[in-house]
Ligand binder design. Structure first.
Ligand SMILES: [Zn+2]
Length: 60
């Protein structure tokens, strides 16, 4: 049945990254999801790796 020509997975374990600007420090960064607006039309904040790590409480 499926005679689809599957594209070879060259990106081994790597996701597509999207250009974004960190909402915290304003640095250009890449995020593994497409920056978009939420249901209310507000732009979703994105954070670079550093700020994201800073925002994340280390307690678990
Ligand atoms: Zn940042």
């Amino acid at each position: 049945m499926g005679n689809f020509d599957r594209a070879p997975r060259k990106d081994f374990g790597e996701r597509e990254m999207f250009d974004a600007k960190c909402s915290e420090c304003g640095k250009d960064c890449k995020v593994p999801f497409k920056p978009s607006n939420d249901a209310q039309g507000n732009p979703r904040p994105v954070y670079c790796k550093d700020c994201y790590a800073k925002r994340r409480p280390s307690r678990y």
